[in-house]
Design a protein around this ligand. Structure first.
Ligand code: HEC
Length: 466
């Protein structure tokens, strides 16, 4: 094993004398690993590679991007049209971001499938779950930065979700937005988180994640070593695995480049907070499943779908190594864990697919809410359900925001929000049409034109309690 044979190793020798890295390096390069591996076992590496792509292209973009509501959009246009190869850089960053979310999720599913979350790899798993959420936050904060209609309204929808948190909702949402609605403050806030907070968090958690992988070695290696055949099917990490890894990186890079060159990152019209063009808000694609689910459940359960389910998901994911005490790793011997995960994956994929098909947040409301204009609406059949579905989270009998209880007719009448016969004078109409700011429901997604007209008709009738 003496390394003195080859003269070109002198640089390494020089370094080794000072730093003493040779033993570790040798151990790393020449440790025994299985000869043939499943490419799925390299998803972590693929994710890391895409992250490096994000860091490099992100740094390049930051040299031209100007984070303010006045300049953000133009600077993206400038990057796409004037900066040499700027559009490729932006497309690579855009596709890299989507790829990161997919790869991290796939990497996690693979880890689940092979049982890599079990002892002694619990910390690897938990830091991995944290990294998944960091990745989602990266995508979410980055989405706002182009400051076009799509990013503005997706952020509106996304920062709308915390409103459903009991008690704290309004504070969390205001904190995320830097106020009641999306403004230049939200943009600089998201930019700071995207550029400073998240990279730091990611490096910390990835450091722990990776250190734990090195310490406990990869599961496939452990399993190969444990086989009765002994070290027969094993090769050295260098050059075998290093070659396989290089091939994988080349393939991932080729796919990214292909996507970036063929499908361009969208840039719609500049963000318009008044939404005069009636752009339909669309959530980010990884929220599709949640929004699709909301279309099937009664509005009263919305908080459960928006806050409850994701919370349960976090608890289950983080706690998985502790809930699942079955020491077996083979998928066949874990029928319960496998079928539960199977049902969840199919449900999420199915809902995401349906959500993608019927894009757009249901702003007209399903079920009881009017989807066509009701000419002579009654309070109990037409108006109350709208308030229940779109307003009650903040304007319920116990919620204090706005001080207005929209679930009781007496409260609406006493506040005189809806009584003028010229409906345009009614505060209620002005608030839902956006004539009076902040527009209601606070932060959107706003009511559809037909729903607004139905409420207007009701006010024009004298806002009767019928
Ligand atoms: C996310 C929470 C939230 C939702 C949902 C919401 N509101 Fe509000 N609403 C508020 C807050 C906060 C205020 C006080 C805003 C202000 O003026 O600063 C308010 C104020 C109002 C006011 C003015 C009342 C007053 O006395 O100033 C009206 C009218 C109103 N909302 C109607 C609605 C209607 C109608 C809906 C449903 C279509 C709705 N709101 C949904 C939070 C909400």
């Amino acid at each position: 094993m003496s390394a003195e044979k080859k003269p070109r190793q002198t640089v390494l020798d020089w370094l080794d004398e000072r730093v003493g890295i040779k033993p570790q390096l040798n151990e790393l390069l020449y440790h025994r690993v299985p000869r043939s591996v499943n490419p799925l076992d390299f998803l972590g590496l693929a994710t890391l590679f895409v992250f490096i792509n994000q860091a490099v292209t992100g740094t390049l973009l930051a040299m031209f991007y100007q984070a303010s509501s006045k300049t953000a959009y133009q600077s993206i246009q400038y990057i796409m049209t004037k900066v040499p190869l700027g559009w490729v850089i932006r497309d690579l960053h855009y596709w890299g971001a989507n790829a990161m979310v997919v790869l991290v999720a796939a990497h996690m599913l693979r880890g689940f499938y092979v049982g890599a979350y079990k002892k002694p790899r619990e910390i690897t798993w938990i830091t991995g779950v944290v990294l998944l959420f960091i990745t989602i936050l990266f995508a979410f904060t980055g989405y706002l930065l182009p400051w076009d209609q799509q990013s503005y309204w997706a952020t509106m929808v996304g920062t709308w979700m915390p409103f459903y948190t009991p008690f704290l909702g309004i504070y969390i949402a205001y904190l995320a937005r830097g106020g009641a609605y999306i403004s230049g403050l939200t943009l600089t806030r998201f930019y700071a988180v995207h550029m400073l907070v998240l990279p730091a968090l990611l490096l910390i958690f990835f450091g722990i994640h990776f250190a734990m992988v090195l310490k406990n070695q990869m599961l496939i290696v452990e399993e190969a070593e444990a086989k009765p055949k002994g070290t027969k099917g094993l090769v050295t990490f260098y050059p075998y695995t290093v070659f396989q890894m290089t091939m994988l990186v080349v393939v991932v890079a080729a796919i990214l480049l292909f996507l970036a060159l063929s499908f361009h990152a969208p840039l719609l019209a500049p963000a318009d907070p008044l939404n005069k063009a009636h752009y339909t808000p669309v959530p980010l694609w990884f929220f599709y499943s949640i929004y699709q689910l909301l279309k099937y459940i009664p509005p009263a359960l919305d908080p459960l779908g928006i806050i409850g389910l994701p919370l349960v998901a976090v608890i289950v994911l983080v706690g998985l190594p502790f809930f699942d005490k079955n020491p077996r790793r083979e998928p066949r011997r874990r029928p319960f864990a496998m079928s539960a995960a199977g049902v969840i994956v199919v449900a999420v994929l199915g809902l995401t697919y349906l959500g993608a098909e019927q894009q757009g947040v249901s702003t007209s409301g399903g079920g009881t809410t009017a989807t066509t204009v009701v000419a002579k609406p009654t309070f109990s059949a037409d108006i109350e359900p709208i308030f229940q579905q779109h307003c009650a989270v903040c304007h319920g009998p116990t919620t204090k925001s706005g001080g207005l209880d929209l679930t009781s007719y007496a409260s609406i009448a006493s506040m005189k929000v809806a009584t003028p016969t010229n409906y345009k004078q009614a505060l209620l109409w002005q608030k839902i049409e956006g004539v009076a700011q902040p527009r209601m429901p606070l932060g959107g997604p706003y009511l559809s034109k037909s729903t607004i007209q139905t409420i207007a008709n009701w006010i024009a009738e004298g806002a009767p309690d019928n």
